[in-house]
Design a protein around this ligand. Structure first.
Ligand SMILES: *Cc1c(COP(=O)(O)O)cnc(C)c1O
Length: 380
């Protein structure tokens, strides 16, 4: 089966009792036992629920994995993976990662005795140099937020495995439609399904997928023990979103490419960052490792916060908001939003200038999106 067929069919057989073609919302806590010591397939919905199982099977299939686990949020999925660690363990992470992941590393796991080393994710050798005897995981996110640096998954997987270490990839930005890191050597993939997987800005969710049964069992044990499971309706919404993932991603990407090319030529734009532009320093790697370039476009305005304020005020269609991956187009200002907790020096060091704007390009008519950007740029 190919991608779209899997998205629409895997885990979604007609309901055996009624023939319902849509997986029902099994809004139930518990399931009866057939006899003493003999449960049906399900017992209690923290442990497992049929609507959740459908979502998990579908996500696993799309990532070409054997096992999937759905979580109540992307952060709960990150925490599920980190539950593999014990005090004294060490993690090598790319330095450009989601802010919430960094916070969980530094403010929750470091105080519990796990140590972290951050490296330039664009240089595979930097991962090799940072390895320690206690290293258990390598963590990468590619393309990264908000400057869209790529990690060479094959090269970093090889290095991790030479050291007996597992590689985790946060695959939220490309979605499984554009990138399947397990096929390139990653051991675990995690998602914020809040973004493209659900795709309609109406559900918070996360997922972990792997083909390693031992890792799956350990994370599943923790999930049942700690309880960060998604509600049934949220699973159902995510499953509905998944059905159109392929068509949405195609349109997201076509729109993003056109927006990036427009911005790249605009005199008020200093720099446009998009892996689909030949000027992106890792354009060749993007072509080799991804099936498409995604729909996040970052650009730098000539000028600072005042220019950004004028630009944002001028937008009529792009919504000024955090998050990404929904059908509607969004603009955000990393230095005062997602990266506001960093000091100005830290932001400077990682390249997030005050003029940096990140777009999550939606699937509206692209002519309308470009007209909107054009008039907002004229006003700033
Ligand atoms: C949003 C996001 C997360 C966190 O997911 P939530 O669903 O908000 O908990 C993790 N990683 C990336 C790359 C994200 O964009």
């Amino acid at each position: 089966m190919r991608f779209s067929t899997k998205a629409i069919r895997v885990g979604q057989q007609p309901d055996p009792t009624t023939g319902s073609i849509i997986v029902p919302v099994y809004q139930t806590v518990n399931f009866t036992f057939q006899d003493v010591g003999r449960p049906h397939a399900y017992e209690y919905s923290r442990s497992a629920n049929p609507t959740r199982t459908a979502l998990e099977q579908c996500l696993a299939a799309l990532e070409e994995a054997r096992f999937g686990l759905a979580f109540s949020s992307g952060m709960a999925a990150v925490d599920g993976v980190l539950s593999l660690l014990r005090p004294g363990d060490h993690v090598v992470s790319a330095e450009h990662i989601y802010g919430g992941t960094f916070r969980l590393f530094e403010q929750v796991y470091r105080p519990r005795g796990v140590s972290f080393t951050y490296v330039d994710g664009t240089r595979p050798q930097a991962f090799a140099k940072a390895m320690q005897p206690a290293t258990k995981l390598v963590w990468v996110e590619t393309p990264a937020n908000p400057l869209l640096q790529l990690v060479d998954v094959r090269a970093v997987a090889k290095i991790a495995h030479e050291h007996g270490v597992k590689l985790v990839a946060d695959n939220t930005f490309p979605s499984p439609y554009f990138q399947r890191p397990l096929t390139q050597g990653a051991d675990i993939v995690m998602h914020s399904t809040t973004k493209y997987v659900s795709g309609h800005s109406d559900v918070i969710g996360g997922a972990v997928v792997t083909s390693d049964e031992r890792l799956y069992e350990a994370i599943k044990f923790y999930q049942n023990a700690a309880g960060a499971v998604p509600g049934t309706w949220d699973c159902w919404l995510s499953l509905r979103g998944l059905k159109t993932l392929a068509v949405r991603m195609k349109q997201h990407e076509a729109n993003a490419q056109a927006v990036a090319e427009f911005l790249d030529k605009h005199p008020k734009v200093q720099e446009t960052i998009y892996p689909g532009l030949p000027s992106h320093p890792q354009h060749e790697l993007a072509k080799a490792q991804m099936d498409g370039f995604g729909a996040i476009v970052t650009f730098r305005l000539n000028g600072g916060v005042e220019q950004v304020r004028q630009f944002v005020k001028g937008l009529k269609l792009f919504l000024f908001a955090e998050s990404l991956g929904g059908v509607e187009s969004l603009a955000c200002h990393p230095s005062t939003m997602s990266h506001a907790t960093l000091t100005p020096e830290e932001r400077q060091r990682i390249g997030i200038t005050d003029g940096t704007i990140r777009l999550s390009v939606g699937i509206e008519d692209v002519e309308d999106l470009i007209e909107d950007l054009d008039q907002a740029l004229a006003a700033c």
